[in-house]
Write a protein that binds this ligand. Structure first.
Ligand code: NAD
Length: 284
């Protein structure tokens, strides 16, 4: 199956990056968002990020204008997906919202179209069960910032077919990404491994094992990580980290995933990390 015509639902942080890479690699993209301001700001962000790639000599100016020409926008799912091969959903991480979107995509996208979700923690098998085509539902878990990060976790739900998996992995390779196939278990591989490390670093802060910058220094210098776990947690958002740990804890039922009380306390206080100006570190 060739994937040429695409749509991305949700034009936020991830959606604009996914639209960017699809358009830059020759796919037509309809970027869909209920909020017209989000669409305008996504288009500006994509143009700015393409400019940066031109400035660094990574792409030609003509590739930038061709990519922008391939992107159109829509505020209505039904109107934006009627002739696509693939839809990538990137709306907020709320189960009911995803269920509603996948119901609409199933009703309006062509019968043979693949429906992918960029979810970080919701079961692909569950999302597939919201549709009449679970064999064509798959996870395409990109990483932020999408134009820069080369990993895509390709998540196979219980009913996902080999043909769907092959089509999506092939597309990811065309986008110059590294697709890694993973099974549909909570947190997939990335968050299953990352979040306990972040949580443990937060326990170290709570128990006074070391100051936050010293914990990050141990992990950057000692483990050769490019960024310490607390800096990374601030970057991801402490509310997002808490939510993913709660999913791991609930769905795997193991107390090793219990969120650190200090993480809860900071989220309750609104210290959500970089986006709030305050997390484990302070930001201007
Ligand atoms: P975001 O809040 O930046 O963007 C979400 C967009 O969806 C907003 O523009 C919003 O207007 C739009 N939206 C809301 N309801 C809609 C609807 N009914 N129809 C169409 N658009 C709608 O969110 P994000 O950070 O881009 O995250 C999107 C998804 O990607 C989530 O599932 C998240 O877990 C996942 N994810 C996020 C990251 C990250 O680092 N931000 C990384 C990997 C995966």
């Amino acid at each position: 199956m060739t994937i040429q015509r695409t749509a991305v639902v949700g034009a936020g942080t991830m959606g604009n990056g996914i639209a960017h890479v699809l358009a830059l690699h020759g796919r037509s993209v309809t970027l869909i968002d209920v909020d017209p301001d989000a669409l305008a700001s996504a288009t500006d962000t994509i143009a700015g990020n393409l400019d940066r790639q031109v400035g660094k000599g990574h792409i030609e100016a003509e590739e930038k204008s061709d990519a922008l020409d391939r992107i159109s926008t829509a505020t209505d799912v039904a109107a934006g997906v009627d002739d696509v091969d693939l839809v990538v959903e990137a709306v907020p991480e709320e189960k009911e919202m995803k269920a509603e979107i996948f119901g609409a995509l199933d009703a309006h996208a062509p019968e043979e179209a693949v429906l992918a979700s960029n979810t970080s923690s919701i079961s692909i098998t569950w999302i597939g069960a919201q549709t009449e085509r679970p064999g064509q539902v798959i996870g395409m878990h990109f990483f932020n910032p999408v134009p820069v990060m080369t990993l895509v976790e390709v998540v196979r739900g219980q009913r996902t077919t080999d043909a769907t998996l092959d089509a999506v992995s092939g597309l990811a390779e065309d986008l110059d990404k590294n697709p890694v196939e993973v099974e549909d278990y909570p947190g997939f591989v990335s968050n299953r491994v990352l979040m306990p490390m972040i949580n443990e670093a937060i326990f170290c802060v709570m128990e006074g094992v070391a100051e936050p910058d010293n914990i990050d220094t141990v992990m950057t210098l000692g483990m050769n990580h490019p960024m310490g776990p607390l800096t990374l947690a601030d970057f991801i958002g402490l509310d997002v980290c808490l939510h993913i740990l709660e999913v791991l804890h609930d769905e795997l039922g193991d107390d090793k995933y219990r969120p650190c009380p200090l993480l809860r306390r900071k989220v309750t206080a609104g210290e959500l990390g970089r986006k709030a100006g305050e997390g484990f570190f302070s930001y201007d």
